[in-house]
Write a protein that binds this ligand. Sequence first.
Ligand code: FPP
Length: 245
Amino acid sequence: MFTDSAPATPRHVAFIMDGNGRWARQRRLPRAAGHVKGAAQVRTVIEHCAQRGVQAVTLYAFSTENWARPANEVGALMALFARYLQNEIADMQRNGVQLRVIGDRSVFSESLQQAISQAEAATAGANRLVLQLAVNYGGRAELLGAMQRWLQANPGAEPAALTEAALAQYLFSPDLPAPDLLVRTAGERRLSNFLLWQTAYTELYFTDTLWPDFDAKALDAALAWFAGRVRRFGKTTEQVLNAAA
Ligand code: FPP
């Protein structure tokens, strides 16, 4: 379903949605209130991405390390996912949004796992925008799982048979183009175990704006920044500019 878009428009944008807690603290609200506002902002950002011609969005909603948070915050986040799936599916179907969940879902409650499967099945035919939610996701765990599944599928294979292309087939969503742009909100400048393989050539955009404040205007600023980047993929700037001329 992915078409070549103008190089100025990223086909796939990944977001590290950071700053919900700080947004809540600034307002003397519980941290969970920041996540609720953050979840509402997801809708704005997805709609705006679709309008701008972005074809895939991956959101880092819960990392394999987030289990270390206080139990009530983990519970609030899980409840928020469940509610999000319940409330947004009809709109996703209407707007051509195909939902995928990446990460290890096997540890979630039966009902959450079921809600995820139902949402994925209900939107499987949509082809305007793929929305990937990374939940209980870790980049290292994804790579390790891919290697384990490759070994299972190729018992006794020569190590050299494990090529980059072969391994990529065992990652989540091998059909998706790698993110062209990664946005991290709230001032930190790190990947935090997100899409470690797929971000090898991704343009990284950092903003101090907190995720609950990240609106259409903030997204346009990120897209405008991306449009001004010269992506070299290991070549020289001259080579890239000559090829484009
Ligand atoms: C990081 O902010 C954010 C998270 C760990 C959770 C992200 C979840 C959402 C935006 C809402 C749920 C999403 C969906 C799709 C339903 P933080 O809590 O680390 O903020 P802080 O660094 O300011 O404390």
